[in-house]
Write a protein that binds this ligand. Structure first.
Ligand code: VG1
Ligand code: CO
Length: 544
């Protein structure tokens, strides 16, 4: 084996964001750029000598090229084994499943999730630790520190691995095992849910399922599990062949970008359940016929119905949600008498809670739900969870959600994104708003009294680590909230996210249009943060 030590110099922009390092493909194509980040990652870990690394990605442009480089660097750095999805493919939840199942030391996942793909679009890379979850902050901080001082990396000079053939190969002194990307994950899903009941539901002529894979990674997973194993009609999975540019689309499962599915679900004779996932398979959107379920409500409803699902029928230890996610799950946790945790945005903050069994279900408003079965959010898992609920309750999605609101009240919820605004304007807006916060407490805004106004800081109850600066929040006496934060996944300028929530218990007011129900809070937020005035944007880029 010829291991080369290559001299390099640092790049100053390799700080991992909410979910790894995401940049334009052209940035990753700079000489040594990917290699610097990979070597910095290996340097940040305890000895990798003799250990196993899982590698795979969402199949976007540059995926295979990156896999080859990572494998050669892993071999040069002393890993003894690599497990790689065939053709370099692994959905994010499947990668998490495989790291756990084969007791790997960690994994490298190549994805920029829902960001568009292709030669001029985005690429991303992140490291997951041995519990299968995203590296916690102390590791991402160490990776970043290494990227700032790196002066060499190691790589072996060998031919590329044949990624298309299942089986074992040698790469230098490292064994590379190419595996089917779907089977381990499919087996895990079958162990969690009542596949018999779901099969019976799907066999019923009055039930139709539509799953939009958005030309991204979940196509093969959806076809295998939903169509082949569970017997859904062929054609249930649409846009099911992964493409390196995701068909030129934006594989973000929301009402704006999953347009084909949304059109079908809001037409006459719509399917009973509609769902979509994102580029790397960790997000989900759930729709009933002419009905949209917010991700926050979805988490609350899953928690309230978990006793119907084989894997969770013994009870939940807790529920965890990210801070901007609506408080709907909190009400279920209260009723169940279980723990409820509020974490910063990003799945990495759920890892400790799951490992310590302080929570069973987790979720984020950004179309992400998951559980203790792995350490990532999981799109298809959420779809199967809903299918299992529907099989048990024999009601429509709308009926289930409406009943939930009657029992718990409704948390009206929306997120307004202002994408690609100049970074200096965005950060000034946040700085100025933060300065105003202390004076807001006790004041009246949108007919409500401000109870607290602060910059969210989280103390992990398991390891006591503190993550500060996690978003500005204004909370009212009636449970309403206005939250603002800057995205940590964008690749162009800054993305400002405005999250608005208000709670309604009056049975006569549970079916308002969301934007209308929240209009007073939306206006108050704009006046307070001067969003329109400072950004010059008359409307958000995306409303979810
Ligand atoms: C966004 C979401 C966050 C999610 C993250 C990664 O982060 O808001 O909830 O965990 O994307 O999801 P940000 O910093 O842009 O708000 V994924 O499916 O892109 O891995
Ligand atoms: Co994703």
């Amino acid at each position: 084996m010829t291991a080369l030590t290559v001299k390099t110099t640092p790049f100053n922009d390799q700080k991992p964001g909410t979910s790894g390092l995401r940049k334009k493909v052209t940035v990753f194509q700079q000489a040594h750029y990917l290699e610097n980040f990979v070597q910095s990652t290996f340097n940040a870990l305890d000895s990798v000598e003799g250990k196993t690394l899982v590698v795979g990605g969402d199949g976007r442009f540059y995926n295979e090229h990156a896999v080859q480089i990572i494998l050669k660097m892993a071999a040069a750095n002393g890993f003894s084994n690599a497990i790689v999805g065939q053709n370099g493919l692994l959905s994010t939840p499947a990668a998490s499943c495989i790291i756990r199942k084969y007791n790997a030391f960690g994994g490298i996942i190549l994805s920029a999730s829902h960001n568009p793909a292709g030669p001029t679009e985005d690429f991303g890379i992140k490291y997951n630790v041995s519990n299968g979850g995203p590296a916690p902050e102390h590791i991402t901080d160490a990776i970043f520190a290494n990227t700032q001082t790196i002066n060499r990396y190691q790589i072996i000079d060998e031919d590329d691995v044949d990624l298309s053939t299942i089986g074992s190969q040698e790469l230098g002194d490292m064994q590379v095992k190419i595996i089917d990307p779907v089977s381990d994950y499919a087996e895990l899903m079958a162990s969690l849910f009542d596949f018999e009941a779901i099969r019976a539901l799907l066999a019923d002529d009055s039930f139709t399922l539509r799953f939009d894979a958005m030309h991204a990674i979940t196509g093969p997973y959806g076809k295998e599990i939903l169509e082949k194993e569970l017997g859904a009609a062929s054609g249930t999975v649409i846009n099911g062949t992964p493409l390196t540019d995701f068909g030129g689309g934006h594989p973000d499962p929301n009402l704006t970008y999953a347009k084909e599915l949304v059109d079908e679900m809001f037409a006459d004779n719509a399917p009973t359940l509609g769902a979509a996932s994102d580029g790397d398979g960790d997000r989900n959107m759930i729709l009933g016929a002419n009905f949209f379920v917010t991700p926050s409500d979805s988490l609350a409803i899953m928690a309230a119905n978990a006793h119907l699902i084989p894997a969770y029928k013994g009870g939940l230890t807790g529920v965890a949600r990210s801070m901007p996610t609506s408080q709907a799950p909190d009400r279920v946790a209260e009723k169940l008498g279980i723990e409820c945790h509020e974490t910063p945005t990003g799945w990495k903050f759920f890892g400790n809670l799951l490992d310590a069994d302080r929570t069973t279900l987790c979720g984020e408003e950004s179309f992400g739900n998951g559980s203790n079965h792995i350490r990532e959010k999981d799109g298809l898992w959420a779809v199967l969870f809903w299918l299992n609920i529907l099989a048990e309750r024999k009601q429509s999605v709308a009926e289930i959600v409406n009943q939930h609101w009657l029992e718990y009240g409704r948390n009206y919820y929306t997120r307004h994104d202002y994408e690609a605004i100049p970074s200096d304007i965005a950060s000034q807006l946040m700085t100025d708003l933060e300065a105003k916060l202390p004076s807001l407490i006790g004041q009246t805004l949108a007919g409500r009294t401000v109870q607290y106004a602060d910059n969210f800081s989280y103390t992990d109850p398991v390891d006591n680590s503190v993550s500060s600066n996690q978003g500005l929040r204004i909370g009212f006496d009636d449970g309403a909230r206005i939250i603002l934060r800057l995205s940590g996944t964008g690749t162009e300028g800054a993305t400002l996210r405005l999250y608005i929530e208000s709670y309604e218990q009056d049975a006569d007011k549970l079916n308002q249009e969301t934007q209308t129900a929240l209009q007073d809070l939306i206006s108050a937020a704009d006046t307070l943060a001067e969003i329109t005035q400072r950004t010059g944007r008359a409307a958000p880029t995306v409303i979810t």
